[in-house]
Design a protein around this ligand. Structure first.
Ligand code: ADP
Length: 366
């Protein structure tokens, strides 16, 4: 017989061994734990298991899957020592299924009358924290690699300047290149700081009212010099007076990154258009260029840190490879999303969609 008890918080515990029942109190304690919980009886049968333990494939019927875990439980029953460990189980107990990593803690439930020989297994799903840790490790490795390039170039240039001390023209030329590398380094460090700052603050803490017109105008101003230098016309159209809630600096950075890319990846004498419009309860800000476009196969990856379609071109334009990762995190931190449409050789349109600041909060929306 199998009895299912659903508790107040929606966690379900199943009592499946007819021979023994769990002492009152223990079942209710287990039901509020966030970890997968399993209680084994003296014959290693599953006396009780949380829904999570079953759906993760830790338990099937009356059996605890994963022989290492069972061995651990037996040791605990023998000597009464609490043990911890880590191991993997395939999803749903299927061979070849997705593996889930668990941190487990196994303890005897003995002591109270009725609990002799019972063993409690608590398993915490580590998959997400492992993934986050992996992403962090990759990021640190990538950052180190990216920093090496300008730092190495600076060291080489400094040596060359020393060697050319008697040639003022050469010194001037190499000093100019040193300035370029130093500025690449500054941009990289700045982008890393911005990215860490947003990731530590998702969603944006203490959001304030931000006027979309103002940040679009400011972003256009900051890109104008680079655009003028390449004969690229910047234009702006759409609805005015729209507001969003958020962090003005971060939103400005996101729009500016899109504009800088639009200019950097466009041929001379083209135009870049910023369109702002209200779509129901959202504000859409699009940046459209007539540039080189992005191949279909790269569209999904360009928002990853340090992903570049053409690394040489990105380097030539002074790109850090972090611009779009910043855009993605900034929009997510504002409850929004960023999308891209692109045709190789014809141009790209990046669109930020952000929640509109409601008019009762004084947005003055159009
Ligand atoms: P980067 O500093 O290299 O520009 P980003 O994260 O801003 O890094 O962009 C990632 C890559 O996406 C770029 O290297 C480039 O290949 C591509 N990309 C971004 N914006 C555009 C655009 N407007 N047109 C064409 N390619 C673009």
């Amino acid at each position: 017989m199998s009895v299912s008890t659903r508790t107040g918080n929606g966690t379900s515990l199943e009592c499946s061994a007819p021979a023994m029942r769990l002492p009152p109190g223990i079942a209710s304690v287990l039901s509020v734990l966030s970890s997968s919980a399993v209680v084994l009886d003296r014959q290693d049968r599953v006396l009780q298991a949380s829904e999570a333990a079953r759906s993760f494939g830790l338990v099937q019927g009356e059996r605890l899957m994963a022989s290492e875990l069972l061995a651990l439980a037996r040791q605990v029953r023998r000597d009464g020592e609490i043990r911890e460990g880590e191991f993997e189980v395939s999803a749903g107990g299927k061979i070849g299924g997705r593996m889930t990593s668990f941190a487990v803690r196994v303890a005897p439930l003995g002591g109270d009358v009725g609990c002799e020989g019972l063993v409690l297994v608590l398993a915490e799903d580590q998959t997400e924290s492992r993934r986050v840790e992996e992403v962090r490790r990759d990021f640190v490795a990538n950052v180190s690699h990216e920093l090496k390039t300008p730092v190495g170039a600076l060291a080489l240039l400094a040596e060359t300047v020393e060697d050319a001390a008697d040639d003022p023209d050469a010194v001037r030329r190499f000093a100019g290149r040193m300035r370029q590398e130093a500025s690449r380094l500054t941009n990289l460090v700045q982008d890393i700081i911005t990215l860490s700052r947003i990731q530590a603050a998702e969603p944006v803490p203490d959001p304030v009212a931000v006027q979309v017109d103002a940040i679009v105008a400011e972003a256009l101003d900051r890109c104008r010099m680079k655009a003028n230098a390449r004969g690229i016309a910047l234009a702006e159209v759409g609805d005015h007076g729209l507001g969003v809630l958020g962090d003005e600096d971060l939103l400005l950075t996101a729009i500016r990154n899109l504009l800088e890319n639009a200019v950097a990846y466009s041929p001379e004498r083209t135009r870049v258009l910023v369109t702002t419009r209200r779509a129901d309860d959202r504000v859409e800000i699009s940046v459209e260029d007539q540039g080189i476009g992005i191949p279909e196969r790269d569209l999904q990856r360009i928002f990853e840190r340090f992903y570049r379609v053409d690394p040489a071109r990105s380097r030539a334009t002074g790109g850090t490879g972090l611009g779009l990762a910043i855009v993605k995190h900034v929009t997510a931190a504002h409850g929004g999303a960023v999308t891209v449409r692109s045709v190789e050789g014809a141009g790209s349109t990046f669109t930020l969609s952000l929640p509109l600041r409601s008019s009762h909060a004084g947005s003055g929306s159009a």
